[in-house]
Ligand binder design. Structure first.
Ligand code: HH2
Length: 285
């Protein structure tokens, strides 16, 4: 998207990108790295490593959103993310995002130093919208239907691309009604959330159409099950497939890509961006 820019904390993101959002899951049960970073020391060290590898921002989450994941109480989610956000925001120069759909968690995370709310429910809870508006922070509005517990039952579309665009524009309207200007919104088609593998692949193929929404895009293909469906790879072996999806995102002009494996994704993104931006007439003087 030409001429876009968005302020997240102390940083203004603009230009062709892409910027990599590194995932820090402080959970026992995330689908690909559950339990690895439940200890705050391990989570902070992991976040620092992702920044050293080239992450432009970090996304800290305390509740898994994998299909059928157990719900986590507010106090427990706060206990998981706040100490990690507090320490990371003092130690890394990049902005920290909190991956939550709970208003109290978003507020506690912002007080601890988070500069962005990543809401996989796309502000369906007006209380989350109220926190984002009152705290003047930017927000990622992701598309999904239902909840992680029942979203698979909602993966039915006549026209997945058209319906995702329509429902993201409704999320933008919810933001506007709550007093959050569009300039503070990033949109995400929500790969794997109430979508079959075929839906995810078609959304990746048609990402450029989501430009009609007029906002920067974030896409999270990392290690997801559609990669396993295409390749047969187990979750721990999906890095090569993830990199193909990262390249597809970059070639489509996506501004932010959410990944677990930042160093590898950085190399794939740099090459894809160089192809995207290659001069049409390299030999003319
Ligand atoms: N995907 C996951 C979680 N949060 N947020 C956005 N904006 N976009 C995504 O695609 C997205 C997201 C799922 O990945 P992960 O955090 O690794 O797994 P889990 O939800 O099991 O913790």
């Amino acid at each position: 998207m030409a001429g876009w820019s968005i302020r997240i904390g102390a940083r203004v993101f603009s230009g062709p990108g892409p910027f990599l959002m590194g995932v820090v899951n402080v959970t026992p049960d995330s689908f690909s790295d559950g339990g690895r970073f439940l200890d705050p020391d391990a989570a902070v060290a992991h976040g620092e490593r992702l920044v050293a590898e080239g992450a432009g921002l970090l996304d800290v989450g305390g509740e898994s959103t994998r299909p059928g994941a157990a719900a986590v109480g507010i106090a427990e989610e706060i206990d998981r993310v706040v100490p990690v956000i507090e320490r990371l925001s003092a130690r890394v120069a990049v902005p920290i995002s909190v991956d939550t759909s709970k208003a109290a968690v978003a507020l506690a995370a912002i007080r601890a130093g988070a500069a962005l709310v990543n809401d996989v429910q796309g502000l369906r809870d007006p209380a989350v919208a109220a926190v984002v508006a009152a705290e003047n922070v930017p927000v990622v509005l992701m598309h999904m239907r239902g909840t992680p517990a029942d979203m698979a039952a909602h993966a039915a579309y006549r026209d997945v691309v058209g319906e995702v665009i329509q429902e993201l524009s409704e999320a933008l309207a919810r933001a506007a009604a709550a007093g959050i200007p569009a300039e503070r919104v990033i949109l995400d088609p929500g790969l794997g959330f109430a979508k079959t593998a075929e839906h995810n692949l078609l959304l990746l193929k048609r990402l450029a159409v989501l430009r009609s929404l007029g906002r920067p895009l974030l896409v999270g293909p990392s290690r997801k099950s559609f990669i396993g469906k295409v390749t047969g790879a187990a979750v721990e072996d999906r890095l090569p497939g993830t990199l193909a999806a990262v390249a597809a995102c970059v070639l489509a002009g996506v501004e932010f890509v959410r990944v677990h494996d930042v160093a590898a994704a950085r190399q794939a993104a740099l090459v894809a961006a160089a192809i995207r931006d290659a001069a049409e007439t390299p030999d003319s003087r």
